[in-house]
Design a protein around this ligand. Structure first.
Ligand code: TRP
Length: 424
């Protein structure tokens, strides 16, 4: 059951998709990842560090930003992160062993096509390149915008299934949960002492999440979870974090925490690396209702869905009355998102898919999209179904991942306590 072939060996960003791609809105889920040696020592920290000299294509003029949401100005430092990411991609190819990646997801539901094209296949790509990878199932983070984490055990197992199905290899990487790694969580205390309330207050991603929160009162965890996320990243001394642009403020905070910790307690030697964001150029897909694709809105084709369910969902997708099918994200977002989806599945330009359909209308478009998605997901779904029959194996993957993560976290916490002069 292990070591099945990667589902996606393609290089990230075939030229056309790079040209059109924009970072998805809430894409933690955009990434890249791993491979490994299993050693618990940190990766080469020399690759990280601010690269303020980075220059390169900016996000706006040259980037049509198809279905972009979020700030149009570069308030998040997106263009610098993009330029830096291009450099990092080269460094990864040259020497993947220098990198340790941490990435992850909140266990709030099954992963869907947006996750797949936004981040999952990129993780597998990095893994297969030889980058070491840690994947966190962020169970405590579920509690940031809701009072209770429902069906947690089920959601956690579903995530593990999705990871295994797309090709994340637990023999090479570490899949683990927050709550099973006490030393990771303990790092949050000294880290909190390194940031000001004002800094926590002005995090744009947190502000946005508060605006959309389903809690009646904003919890302390909402304000502090970016610091917790710094602990997620720094406990294993990851130096590379594949993210979507919404996560850039968190990465910046992580770098700040690392730098301040080193300055305050490092006595000359850096305890923590300052990790780099690896901004992926994943395209943003819309849900079938034309709004953001989301685990909770029922507007997404999940990896776990079967072919009929997929057909039904796509059949109900919103389109527009214009019969002639064209790829024009700015004026025809729904039709263009469907074209993009088929294009991603078939690894060809969306304009080409549009040209094939011509004046055959939305029904023909949906038929093509359904076939493309079902064909693309068939092997993933087959593997998923196979793993789903072996719950004991899933639990074993988690048990072993948690065990490994605990070893790494304990070692880091010991270093931190030594640096802070708190070993008794
Ligand atoms: N914030 C991510 C999400 O909402 C999940 C996550 C938790 C994460 N800790 C992380 C992502 C550390 C990258 C790095 O899905």
């Amino acid at each position: 059951m292990r070591n099945r072939a990667a589902s996606d060996g393609r290089p990230l960003g075939v030229p056309w998709s790079r040209a059109r791609a924009i970072p998805a809105a809430r894409s933690t889920h955009q990434e890249t990842f791993l491979n490994t040696t299993g050693q618990t020592t940190g990766p080469d920290t020399s690759v990280s560090g601010p690269d303020t000299s980075a220059s390169g294509p900016g996000p706006s003029a040259s980037d049509p930003g198809a279905f972009a949401s979020g700030p149009s100005t570069d308030t998040l430092g997106v263009s610098a992160a993009r330029a830096r990411s291009a450099t990092l991609e080269k460094l990864i190819l040259e020497n993947p062993g220098r990198f340790r990646v941490l990435t992850g997801d909140r266990p709030t539901g099954r992963l869907h096509l947006g996750h797949y094209f936004g981040t999952l296949r990129n993780r597998v790509r990095l893994q297969n390149l030889g980058v070491e990878m840690f994947v966190i199932i962020a169970d405590y983070q579920v509690l940031t915008d809701r009072d209770v984490a429902d069906n947690l055990t089920e959601h956690v197992e579903e995530l593990v299934l999705d990871y295994l199905a797309v090709g994340v290899d637990p023999a090479r990487g570490t899949i683990f949960t927050h709550s099973a790694v006490p030393a990771l969580n303990q790092l949050m205390l000294p880290f909190l002492s390194l940031v000001s309330v004002a800094e926590l207050n002005r995090n744009p991603t947190v502000k946005d999440e508060i605006a959309h929160s389903r809690q009646s009162a904003v919890s302390g965890l909402m304000f502090t979870y970016p610091v917790h996320q710094a602990a997620d990243i720094l406990f294993c001394k990851a130096n590379l974090v594949p993210v979507g642009q919404d996560q850039l403020p968190h990465l910046e905070l992580t770098r700040t925490v690392a730098r301040r910790f080193n300055d305050r307690y490092g006595s000359g030697t850096a305890v923590f690396p300052q990790p780099d964001a690896l901004l992926s150029s994943a395209p943003l897909l819309l849900g079938t209702d034309g709004t953001k694709m989301s685990k909770s809105r029922g507007n997404a084709v999940t990896l776990a869905a079967d072919a009929d369910e997929t057909a039904r969902l796509i059949k109900g997708a919103k389109t527009d009355p214009e019969r002639h099918i064209t790829y024009d994200p700015a004026t025809r977002p729904e039709v263009s998102s469907l074209l993009l989806l088929a294009a991603l599945c078939q690894d060809r330009p969306p304009q080409e898919v549009a040209a094939d359909i011509g004046s055959a209308g939305a029904a023909a478009l949906k038929k093509i999209v359904t076939e493309a998605v079902n064909e693309c997901l068939a092997p993933i779904r087959a593997r998923r179904a196979e793993y789903a029959r072996d719950r004991a194996y899933l639990r074993q993957v988690l048990r072993e991942g948690n065990e490994r993560a605990r070893g790494v976290a304990d070692a880091t916490l010991a270093e931190v306590r030594t640096a802070m002069n708190s070993r008794y």
